[in-house]
Design a binder for this molecule. Sequence first.
Ligand SMILES: Cc1cc2nc3c(=O)[nH]c(=O)nc-3n(C[C@H](O)[C@H](O)[C@H](O)COP(=O)(O)OP(=O)(O)OC[C@H]3O[C@@H](n4cnc5c(N)ncnc54)[C@H](O)[C@@H]3O)c2cc1C
Length: 430
Amino acid sequence: MTEPFPLSPALWAATAAPAPPTPALEESTSADVCVVGGGYAGLSTALHLAERGIRAVVLEAREPGWGASGRNGGQVIPGLKFDPDEIVGMYGAERGQRLIEFAGATADVVFDLIEKHRMDVPWLRTGWIQGAHTAANVELVKSRAEQWSRLGAPVEFLDEPAVASLLGTDRYLGGWLDRRGGAIQPLSYARGLAKAAIAAGARIHGDTSATRVVRTGARWSIETARGSTVTADRVVICTNGYTGELWPQLRQTAIAINSYQVATEPLGDDLLRSVMPEGQVLSDTRKLLLYFRLDHTGRLIMGGRGPFREPKGERDWAHLVRVVAKMFPQLAGMPIAYRWCGRIAVTRDHLPHLHEPAPGLLIDMGCQGRGVGLQSALGKAMAEYIATSDANALPLPFTPIEPIPFHGLQRVYVGAVVTWYRLTDGGLRR
Ligand SMILES: Cc1cc2nc3c(=O)[nH]c(=O)nc-3n(C[C@H](O)[C@H](O)[C@H](O)COP(=O)(O)OP(=O)(O)OC[C@H]3O[C@@H](n4cnc5c(N)ncnc54)[C@H](O)[C@@H]3O)c2cc1C
């Protein structure tokens, strides 16, 4: 695997709880289930399997949380990219309702796990705001808030003064507040999941890349780059934006897009009174969305688009530094302490995909950039499916592995789409 921007300079690695020991797999072993990928999805699957007494082994190429799970914005956002009415339109009343309930509860899964396993994770449940950057999007978020409100969710529409007062910026024309959401230290949460899974009996092996998955009789053999093999009844692949060539054509079912973030130095009490004073987190309605929050040490973290390729230097984050100053003029010139990025797997239909290309092989692909809650909850659901063989445990039907046409040209067409979105999204207001 090529080395994307290393984890070590990132904010989360500098402030995370210590990692549990996850020794490399040197000797071949056997298990009921072998999980490939130690992000939220793989770790949550292993934890929930182990809690049911099912022997799980996780193979992680680097360390738990090395992928998107240790690099993300730490915003815990319930729901999918689609609104409840759209979901019913797509899946029908019964399946749609189940998917809505699943999606609405994904933030609960995160906060419940943190509490249940007493994880050493800074967290805050003050809500997620989606800021509307155009008048048309004000109508969109109003409808979104109405739909969730009808379903009894603790949400509200925010008019322009209300959103400005909660955010401390006048750059949005409105928004909605979803009180189910909140914030976590994402790498600490990944490590908390790993610790809980180990305590429940799962084995996690870092520095152990899976290189081949082959059927051997009634079982599976998962070969590793270290020469060791795991023999298991079932395999779960949760490699998402870091998917390689482990399973034919899987990587080509999504586009792995880099999302970039910067973090300031801690703001200090005076500035903290004027920047997101009530501690919500935000992402907005742009197609190339901006997202920002304060962390538990009072740093502003600003995230958004960046070059498709891996970063080459500080200039690849320069646009985000400019956004910080425009969004919060009082922060202009504030030193930037951390810059980092990570990969998000985006599917063509903007839905997470579940595949079962062969009996006993389960694949979760396409986190869409909203995976803190989603992947934790999908891991739980996949463990239930494995334990019960009841496909109703899964929120989504299985779909075939369908590569995106001309996937090899992704750099070209992502570049074209990004340019188009930049033009249509417009700049920051005022
Ligand atoms: C910059 C950024 C910001 C984001 N912000 C948010 C946010 O604020 N809120 C939110 O909800 N979501 C956010 N997301 C999305 C969220 O982080 C992801 O959806 C989620 O972490 C995906 O979890 P995962 O377990 O599916 O994949 P990952 O965490 O990416 O884990 C995949 C793992 O698989 C391993 N792997 C790959 N191939 C192999 C192999 N062959 N053998 C062994 N291991 C392998 C990798 O090393 C990696 O650790 C963000 C993502 C990024 C990148």
